[in-house]
Write a protein that binds this ligand. Structure first.
Ligand code: HEC
Length: 485
């Protein structure tokens, strides 16, 4: 029998060198139906693997250093059998997920030993705190479930009907993340210019995906022109066939192609009318693009799923205007969602230094960029003295200073008591999740959650009603699990 002091220091050493490991669990050695519940001392490879699994799957909610287990009043007893059962089958009503499909029985057994040995090791440590990973909102408490780590810049998430998730990486890869947490590459993605803010950007399922398997991708397309490399925002439609995109069709290419590498816009959303709306940034052409109906940049667009133009678009009869334009005077919008209470499309857009906005998307409306703004240029110079002007639609919310909003979702599905109907918006620069309480067409209150979680690039609500956030550099996806008090 090893001395407990040796065991303790081995654990503390191990706990101190936790890394952001991305290893995925491989299922091996489990004999079906055989539940191993005896206890064993962990060493070597088994210890390393258990620690990695704990870090990747459990640490987000239970504390990287086992904080919620040390000095715990066990609800289901602290026997190896009780822990094993809890991990395998979960306590879904309390927010404890089941891991029966994630781990083999032996891996669960090793987790049990890891926790039980770790608690003994941790007891001597004065700073061990309970429940450090429970976050409190004004309305409810929740825990962070680390769903996926090891990415660079996950830009968007889309939930497939079978429980898998599609994830874009800005670098150009489309992943399928299976419900048993395997990360698989999807082939057939478009060539992208992964420079600056560009790359593979949004992913959206067709509203009738269950029948037609169609997905839509937005990205920065690239072409050579003389000695120059130009890019623009483009949209591809394709059929997801296993892990391959088939029948790819480029349904939109924004004009003009530009040498800049920023303000690609790119959020895609289907309206209640069944048409595809997407945002197009100004590509840096502040004074020339957003108010010019002859270019696509600095607008939102409305098209049919094959790229053709709905006959009732606002500018179809105007000779000098591009027919896909639905609104103009937009700067760079990276969040768009249908408000379930009203059916309206809402978006937010990046302001310059100050002046990020939430806008309700109205047919033919001018949102004013760059004739009016609540912000100033990044270098401090004045872009416009005006904050309002005749004929320009006011935002319903502004952020000064800018939070750099990205990703947008309305909370639906009834899982989050007190949050239902709230609008969630990620902040890239201040690294929090903004929860905005909505009353009709007004935003009446803001609460800032997940302070310092990282640059939030996307936020979505899954079909089973959970909030997911995607964070950049290091790229990770988290799920917010409400905890009953
Ligand atoms: C999404 C958050 C979340 C994740 C991820 C999670 N748990 Fe839990 N777990 C909970 C909650 C909530 C409970 C219920 C008790 C509580 O409130 O702490 C719980 C309970 C438990 C219990 C029973 C505790 C008792 O008092 O009887 C065990 C054992 C446990 N978890 C182990 C694990 C292990 C091992 C992992 C990783 C494989 C894991 N959990 C992952 C949230 C989580």
């Amino acid at each position: 029998m090893r001395s407990s002091r040796f065991l303790a220091s081995a654990f503390l050493l191990g706990l101190a060198v936790f890394t952001n490991c991305t290893k995925k669990t491989t299922s091996s050695g489990a004999k079906p139906g055989e539940e191993i519940v005896g206890e064993q001392l962990l060493a070597g490879a088994d210890l390393t693997k258990a620690r990695t699994n704990y870090t990747n799957y459990c640490g987000g909610c239970h504390g990287r250093d086992l904080e919620t287990f040390v000095n715990r009043k066990w609800q289901h007893g602290d026997s190896p059998e009780a822990l094993f059962k809890g991990i395998k089958h979960g306590y879904p009503n309390q927010g404890m997920p089941a891991y029966a499909t994630t781990f083999t029985d032996q891996e669960i057994q090793h987790l049990v030993s890891y926790i039980r040995e770790g608690i003994v090791a941790q007891r001597g440590k004065p700073e061990a705190k309970a429940n450090v990973n429970t976050s409190r909102s004004e309305k409810l408490s929740f825990q962070l479930d680390t769903v996926l780590t090891g990415l660079d810049v996950p830009w968007a998430m889309a939930f497939l009907p079978n429980g898998d998730m599609l994830v874009t990486e800005r670098g150009g890869t489309l992943y399928r993340f299976t419900k048993d947490r395997q990360l698989q590459k999807v082939a057939g993605t478009p060539e992208v210019l992964a420079q600056g803010q560009g790359g593979l950007l949004d992913v959206k399922l067709h509203p009738n995906f269950a029948k037609n398997n169609l997905v839509f991708l937005s990205y920065s397309a690239v072409k050579k022109d003389g000695g120059q490399t130009l890019s623009t925002t483009a949209l591809m439609r394709a059929r997801l066939d296993g892990n391959t995109l088939a029948d790819q069709k480029v349904i939109f290419e924004a004009q003009p192609w530009a040498r800049t590498r920023h303000h690609y816009g790119s959020r895609i959303e289907f309206g209640r009318d069944g048409y595809l709306y997407f945002t197009m940034g100004d590509r840096g052409g502040t004074k020339i693009n957003p108010q010019n109906l002859g270019v696509h940049a600095g607008k939102t667009h409305r098209i049919k799923e094959d790229g053709s133009i709905p006959a009732d678009n606002p500018f179809v009869k105007q000779a000098d205007a591009l027919p896909s334009i639905y609104t103009f005077g937009n700067r760079n919008a990276q969040g768009m969602a249908v408000n379930p209470a009203t059916g309206d499309l809402w978006l937010h857009e990046h302001g310059p230094k100050g002046g990020d906005e939430v806008n309700i998307v109205k047919k033919g409306a001018n949102y004013g960029w760059a004739e009016v703004t609540h912000g100033i240029d990044y270098n401090g110079s004045i872009i416009s003295d005006l904050k309002q002007k005749e004929g320009i639609t006011d935002p319903i919310k502004i952020w000064v200073p800018s939070i750099a909003p990205s990703g947008m979702a309305f909370v639906t599905g009834g899982r989050y008591k007190g949050w239902e109907g709230s609008l969630l918006v990620g902040s890239l620069s201040f690294k929090f999740l903004s929860r905005l309480e909505v009353d009709g067409n007004k935003i009446v209150r803001e609460e800032r959650l997940l302070q310092d979680i990282g640059r939030i690039r996307d936020v979505r609500v899954s079909p089973d009603g959970y909030v997911y956030v995607a964070v950049e550099k290091p790229g990770a996806i988290y799920r917010l699990v409400p905890v009953s008090q």
